[in-house]
Design a protein around this ligand. Sequence first.
Ligand code: SAH
Length: 548
Amino acid sequence: MTVYLVGAGPGDPGLVTRRAAELLGEADVVVYDRLVGPDVLAMARPDALLIDVGKRPGQLHRQSDINGILVDHGRQGGVVVRLKGGDPFLFGRGGEEAEALRAAGLQFEVVPGVTSAFGAPAYAGIPVTHRGLSTSVTVVTGHVGEPLDSSRASSGGSSSGGPGSGEVDWAALAKAGGTLVILMGVAERAEIARRLMAGGRDPSSPVAVVEWGTLPTQTSMRTTLSRLEEAAIEPPAVIVVGPVAAIDLGWFESLPLHGIRVLVTRARAQSAPLRNALRAAGADVVEMPMIQIVDPADGGAALRKAAASAPSYDWVAFTSVNSVERFVQLLRDGRALGPARLAVVGNATAAALRTWHLEADLIAEPQTAEGLAAVMPPAQSGAAEDSPVTAGGSMAPSYGRGRVLFPRAAEGRDVLAPALRAKGWLVDEVDAYRTVPADVSSGLRSQVEDGTVDVVTFTSPSTVRSYVSQFGVPGNWKKTPVVACMGPVTAEAARTAGIYVDVVAAHPTVEHLVAGLVELRASGWQHAEPAHGKPVRDPGRHHLESLP
Ligand code: SAH
């Protein structure tokens, strides 16, 4: 059987190679290190066996134990992935594992990864080589196993190291010039700097330190060789020494929501657009689905029947992407809609139809149920009397005109149907789905309760209700996060629940929600005056200033 030695990249899930993602999707067993990002690990199958062999205090895995685990699982068959931070063959001990596998007669494949040595500087805006500044880059370990001998260093370090000795020859590196990228160098940075200066590097040489490179928690700082010792740094970090370390082409840390941890409460199946838009803006996204979309109480029988008689309606109206999806997939063929036209609440619902090659005939303005009712034309006069169907959900076929089918959320607001009836339409409301509170894992719960979340997003009234039922009202929250609601209807539901709403998306779209957050941050996280509703916080002690 084959064991896969796979590089996970430095942390950003977007830097995982296609081969690595493919293997993670197949793996029965994933043996992973401490520096593998959680979002990368999440690419593994939910039923895969995950084995943490991260070396951390009190739980020391020896390399021989890890080799043993790989050989054992490799012999059992199944797909075994050994997942390592960065590149598996760059200070990853991947070579030793490959040797152990070969000695045991097992096949292996190596999947290179983006190394933190180059990935972290790139995300800090530092080109490791640069025309006119540096024509070489050396990646070196700052972790030398035994303590560095400073008396040797001060004598020029000429005796330290040598080819194959396993010890870094800092004096030679100092003289060779070019860029140095030091991994595992945080603890011994003072000694490393001393040796490089003793070897001839200018004490004023630029140095950059990148902590948690490529992750939403990335921070970078600039200093000089002589001041490296004073820098407050925590591992994991890469240290870049040389003229390129003065270049600042920063782009990642200046993303508008960089460093902000945002909770997404939307149902998992629907969260991707919001998650991706937040990530693109630099946010650290935590997904905690508060709701789940499930079948309606009748298992969908009424919806199936309604879909079958779609051509007998003048309009089919949708106020959510979920109802579009649940309804359209019941159509045998797009033509099964017959002459029925399609009315939708907004751009997202229109886009959902478009994925089925159906174009909305009418889009609400504003993008709410009220807006949809407002833009719908009045029913043809006499339609209500001509039709044999009476309001109230009867599904009898009708050849009269003036009928609207409204596949809806069982617990949605009662806005559209009454308003359309007032315009003379016969409206058949059919439950397309229900939203029920989702179970929240204890790990996620504690993240929210510990107050590490800066922003909570609500995308529908049901996410608000479910959140409040799990975490109570804001007075009980340990730290009050910024609350951002996707549209006025959700904001109203939040205010009704006693939540002070900081951001209301101008329109109920993902883009507007993210734009609202970006605007709030750009203005220093200052509260806007509450337009209405009941602020429950003392404005004098709100948390916003404490955010980065
Ligand atoms: N094989 C890995 C390196 C493993 S050694 C690779 O190719 O990246 C572990 C060291 O890598 C850490 O001490 C730190 O110096 C560096 N490192 C790993 N991930 C990092 C990250 N996201 N940001 C900064 N440094 C990182």
